[in-house]
Design a protein around this ligand. Structure first.
Ligand code: SF4
Length: 375
């Protein structure tokens, strides 16, 4: 897919704040959902009427806090503008224990076909310990309800490396998830962010997380077990059954343009990167995007594209295509660093392509930081 833009809509409402979460989401504002949907519509109306939408992703936050009527209103405002004839995917994020059959029907009626669900772990004690307000039974019920509505194109988010999580807990989560057979999985290792409850506890020395070796054991087990279950790892954090790669995320990984609507959302029009403030009040007062600020310098765009491309662990970066698009060969700009990674076996070269070696995937962030430092 090379035409069109990715359209992301951020829904900043959550029932509670999870202990690890640094997203722009705010509990207790659910009574503002209706006016927020209207504000998003006002923002979208600022974009050219012929904007071609290649994919739609409604994320958060907890979009499944919207009522069926809000979903119809949002879909109407979005679809009333732009060119949707090339739309390849429409995803809606759901948290287990929210929504219900009427919401799922509204999603299907408004054209959403892919659901991304924040499962995290299949263990009630761990879910409680990380501040989630759902349990394993909610995951099972929500999955069943979605499938009954014909929404079976499911992606599930999982987290490992949680406080109190042992490799055997993680292995059990994987077994339960594999039994559910979602066509797509996103796996993240826990990152401790400063502005979170876990960040505060960590700063006070009151948070115990699994050490590096145990986190690596969890990662390695997932790699082996998911491959045995028929899942392909096509991106650092993404596994899928055949034919279920994320179309929307591929826009980010291949550095194609995207528009982000809503609180804290980021956009990239191919020349400039711009973002909304994370403040709900600021956005509601003025949802119009400021596209005249934060032009992305060429070198940053080049590096972002290279790093995002390397996230695609199977296909990597095609040097010829990349050079044609960005006007410079990565080996001219980052020759020393890239040659070093090749010599260390962290990068592999296959014809015109470079990609991460399998052993380098768990340490990819270190490689990406080194590339940025080399700029
Ligand atoms: S539900 Fe998701 S977005 Fe909301 S607080 Fe929890 S992790 Fe953050």
């Amino acid at each position: 897919m090379s035409r069109g833009t990715g359209l992301y809509v951020h829904v900043p409402f959550c029932r509670i704040k999870c202990h690890y979460c640094d997203f722009a989401c705010y509990p207790g504002l659910e009574d503002r959902i209706g006016s927020y949907v209207e504000a998003v519509g006002r923002e979208w109306s600022c974009y050219p009427g012929d904007t071609e939408v290649a994919s739609l992703y409604v994320g958060g936050g907890t979009p499944s806090l919207l009522e069926p009527g809000d979903v119809h209103k949002l879909a109407g405002l979005l679809r009333g503008r732009g060119n949707w004839t090339q739309l390849a995917e429409a995803t809606f994020e759901v948290n287990p224990g929210t929504g219900g059959p009427e919401l799922w029907r509204a999603l299907r009626e408004t054209g959403f076909r892919r659901i991304s669900m924040g499962v995290q772990v299949m263990d009630d004690a761990l879910l409680c310990a990380i501040g989630r307000d759902h349990g394993v039974a909610d995951v099972l019920r929500t999955t069943q309800e979605l499938r009954a509505e014909g929404l079976s194109d499911l992606s599930m988010d999982l987290i490992y490396g949680l406080p109190g999580q042992e490799p055997e807990h993680w292995a059990e989560t994987l077994e339960q998830v594999i039994r559910l057979q979602p066509p797509h999985l996103s796996l993240y290792s826990l990152q401790i962010e400063e502005r979170t409850l876990f960040g505060v506890r960590a700063a006070q020395g009151r948070l115990e997380v699994p050490d590096e070796d145990r986190v690596r054991t969890m990662h390695d087990h997932a790699v082996v077990r998911l491959a045995a279950a028929g899942y392909r790892r096509y991106e650092i954090a993404s596994w899928c059954l055949p034919g279920h790669e994320s179309v929307h995320n591929r826009i980010y990984w291949t550095h194609r343009p995207f528009i982000g609507l809503g609180v804290g959302a980021h956009s990239w029009d191919g020349v400039r990167r711009y973002a909304h403030d994370r403040s709900f009040r600021t956005y509601m007062a003025d949802p119009i995007p400021r596209r005249d600020v934060s032009p992305e310098p060429d070198d940053l765009s080049f590096d972002t594209a290279l790093i995002m491309g390397l996230r695609l662990v199977e296909e990597g970066v095609d040097l010829e295509v990349f050079t044609e698009r960005f006007g410079q060969d990565p080996f001219v700009v980052h020759g020393k660093a890239l040659e070093g990674f090749l010599a260390e076996g962290l990068l592999e070269r296959h014809g015109n392509c470079i990609r991460l070696a399998p052993e380098a995937i768990p340490v990819a962030n270190g490689i990406f930081s080194a590339l940025l430092r080399d700029s």
